[in-house]
Structures are given as C-alpha cells and as structure tokens.
Design a protein around this ligand. Structure first.
Ligand code: NOJ
Length: 460
C-alpha cells in the first residue's frame, strides 16, 4: 500500500489529527463502573484513560451518554445537552475532557440526528396536537383507509429496523401516524424542517463549546426520505423464516435519498463558523454501503462535502470477505478513488462496533484477528478499535433472561441481538473482571474473563 502522502497531489497538506489517528470506541455502559451499580460510567472511563493512552490511542469515541429511557441504550436521546445520571454529570464529562486533553487524547462523541426518544420534550409537545411549536418537528402522516372501512391504516408499507414491523405508530390525539425507523420509542425527526436542522446544529455548538473534537454521527442514511412516501419495494433476496424481517423490503424510499448529503454537509459547516474554524474538528458518519458498489457509496459522501471535515465510516472491515484478493481489490478501488478525488479524503476504517459480532468471532480465529489488527493499524486514515478488540474479546452467550437489546427482543431470528458484543470489559482476574466492585453487572461477564483480560495480556 502506498502511503497517503505519496499519492497526494499536494505535498504541502498539513497533517491533521484524523489522518492516522487510532480511535478507541467506548461503549460507556461497559468499559468501567465507578460506583458499584454494575453499569459503566464517565468516572470509570476517566480512571481508564492511562490504559487507553498506553495503547497508543489518539482519540476516543463515546457512544451516547445523554439522558435517555434506554429503550435503545442511549440511542434514544431524551435531552441532547446533558448526561444521564447513570453515567454521571455534565461536570464529570468536563473532567473527562480535561483529563483526556492532558493525555493528548481527542474526544469524539455520538450525535444522533435522525431521531429522538419519545420522551424528548420536542416529541412530547409534537404529539399533543397539529398546531403547536413542535407540530412539524417529526414525520407525521395521515392514515390510509381501506374502502368501506373507518379503521386507520399506516400511510405506506415502510418497516422498522428492529423487527420489521410497520415503521408507523398511531397517535389518537393527532389522528395521525409518526414514523420510527428504529424502535417505536425512537420517532424520526423531520429534517425537511429548517428549525430541526438548526436545533441539531445548536446541539453540536453546545458540545463544541465544551471542547469536544468531533462527532460520530448516527444513522445518517435514514435522514433522506422520499417526500411522497411511496412504498418500498420487496427485497428479492429476502427469505421469510430465514432472514431478519427488517430486510423484507429494499429501502429505496425510506432511506438514502440524496438530501442526506445536503443535511450532513449543513451540519459539518458548523465547523467553519468563526468560533470553531481554527480548531481541527472532524466528523465520521455512520452509513452502511450499498452492497453492490460500496466504494461508490463512500465516494458520494466525500464528493458532497468538505473531506477535511467529514468522512464516512469505511466498513470494508465488516463487509469485505476475509480473502487477500478481495481485500486487495477493495483497497485498490477505494484508495484510487479517494486519492484521485482529493488528497484531503480521510479513510476511516472500523472492523467492529457495538452493533456487530466481535471481530474475532466473525473472522474465525485468533491468528486471523491478529492479521486484521495489523491491517487496520497500517491502513491510511483513522483506525477505530472497539473496546476489548485489543484483547480479542469474544461474543458472549446471553441467557434469555439477560437480553436487553430491543433488536433482539423483537426479532425471532436474532435471539441474541447485540448484547453479546456489549459485555463488560475484561480488566483482570478479580471478581467481575475488575469492571465493578458491586454485586452485579448489567450484562454477564464473559466466561473466559479470568484467562483473557488486560492484566494477563499486559504480562504476556
Ligand atoms: C446505529 C447505532 O449504532 C445503533 O446502536 C442504534 O441502535 C441505531 N443507529 C439507532 O440509533
């Protein structure tokens, strides 16, 4: 692989921190508990910053820690500019920023612009009537009626991502349906409304003023929808009884309309405002590529916005089969495309995250996971490491009574869901692996934590 600078057409580009950064992805519930309640928190994270630094990490990304009823474990945000008491306080977060700063670690936080919790004050107000200040902040549609019937039906056939049921929920007070791409408790914001766009930009400003260095932006592909709300088409590859029902339709109308690029660009332009323009701020957006041409899907993001400010996650580490020739082809296509387009494009590789099976289980065995780590850490651009990946944490079997994940609860074909990859970090051979001093952990510890943990590996 040629280095990025040797392919660049501009030898004078300043090296910015995202180019070559190693980003440690923290799932706050699961890294370290500091108060014995069995759930990780911000003080816990602060206490582990020295370890994180010792890995050679330059930045951290924190999954959501905002007030939330936890229907989707924080991706259902009930207040964008605060900290859920489970995780601590805003002062704890300020302390985290300071402590990370002392160690020269950048802090990226999760921004969830596509939806809120149904307990967010905007939604509570919006659901009350059709003529309040927030009436048009969510996606409301009138019902359809079958001939001769007065029973309201959803406006179209769109289905949600968590179980594949109708993505519409009826609200009697408005005599209308609201759209929820994910859980029924996660209503979609209406991005066609400029007030919504400004409100999310204010959220960004709030955290930038505190000193964060950037954002990981959740589920952006869903922000652009067909304004006529036409039905989605059947997915010809879907097989009932075998596949997750949320894949029954091709989401050509319920997601991915090109307005997405305009919305993300508009968000990123906050970074150019006077207050922020001299800082090196960056955002990485979550978008799963079109399965037939993933590089083209990534390029659509680079060319639609300033690549110095935004990159799409490169999920090649998840989608490309673990075969050398497949990887060679993918890398060659990706880096030829980005380098030809602009020397400023930052690749942003992730081989695992809180939604996907652990790398070592997906890829099959330890030796392959080691090679994947070498690949990840030598590719140009940003390398995202999901907590525990560095010690080869496995998927953990979750007994049915411990299942938390809404995706699992509503999906008979995914009985374990995403909980197996969210189990507590394995720090030591102590009780509960050093994760908590309490009497319980929110998800079970891996059975092998006494053999596989940070303390053991540090001596290896
Ligand atoms: C993607 C996040 O990574 C996932 O955890 C979450 O459930 C959905 N977006 C909805 O916010």
């Amino acid at each position: 692989m040629q280095s990025k600078s040797s392919l660049s057409d501009s030898p004078t580009i300043k090296e910015r921190w995202p180019e070559g950064a190693i980003v440690y992805h923290i799932y706050p519930r699961s890294l370290q508990d500091s108060n014995g309640d069995g759930i990780g928190d911000l003080q816990g994270i602060i206490s582990r910053l020295d370890y994180i630094k010792s890995l050679g990490v330059n930045a951290v990304w924190l999954s959501p820690f905002y007030p939330s009823p936890m229907a989707d474990f924080g991706y259902d945000v009930a207040e964008f500019c605060d900290v859920d008491p489970i995780f601590g306080t805003l002062d704890d977060f300020k302390q985290l920023l300071q402590e990370a700063g002392k160690r020269d670690i950048k802090v990226m936080i999760d921004l969830v612009p596509n939806h809120t919790s149904d307990e967010h004050p905007w939604f509570i107000e919006s659901a009350k009537s059709r003529d309040n200040k927030y009436a048009d902040w969510y996606i409301w549609q009138d019902p359809k009626f079958e001939e001769g019937s007065s029973v309201p039906q959803p406006p179209n056939n769109w289905i949600d991502m968590f179980g594949g049921e109708s993505a519409w929920q009826w609200v009697p007070a408005r005599q209308q349906y609201y759209l929820h791409t994910f859980d029924v408790r996660q209503p979609d914001l209406n991005w066609t409304n400029p007030e919504v766009r400004e409100a999310i930009k204010d959220v960004m400003r709030f955290w930038l003023d505190l000193g964060v260095d950037g954002f990981r932006v959740d589920a952006v592909y869903f922000m652009g929808k067909d304004p006529m709300f036409d039905d989605d088409l059947d997915n010809p590859y879907y097989e009932e009884g075998r596949d997750d029902r949320s894949n029954a339709l091709r989401r050509e109308n319920s997601q991915g309309w090109p307005m997405v690029y305009g919305y993300v660009r508009e968000m990123s332009e906050v970074f150019k405002e006077d207050k922020y323009k001299d800082k090196e701020l960056f955002m990485v957006v979550e978008t799963y590529p079109d399965r037939h041409n993933s590089v083209a899907s990534y390029m659509a993001f680079y060319v639609s916005m300033d690549p110095k400010l935004v990159a799409p996650f490169n999920f090649g580490g998840i989608t490309v089969p673990w075969e050398a020739h497949e990887w060679r082809k993918f890398l060659k296509t990706f880096h030829t495309a980005t380098d030809h387009y602009s020397p400023h494009c930052v690749a942003s590789y992730a081989f695992g995250n809180h939604d996907l099976p652990r790398l070592i289980d997906r890829i099959g065995h330890e030796a392959a996971a080691r090679s994947a780590a070498v690949l990840l850490l030598t590719l140009p651009g940003m390398a995202f490491i999901y907590y525990g990946e560095e010690i080869g944490m496995h998927n953990v079997d979750i007994p049915p009574e411990f299942v938390h994940d809404p995706q699992a609860k509503r999906n008979p074909h995914q009985p374990a869901g995403r909980d197996p990859v969210r189990t507590p970090m394995q720090w030591s051979t102590e009780k509960y692996g050093g994760f908590t001093t309490g009497d319980t952990t929110w998800l079970p510890m891996a059975a092998d934590f006494r053999d596989n943990n940070v303390a053991v590996q540090e001596k290896d």
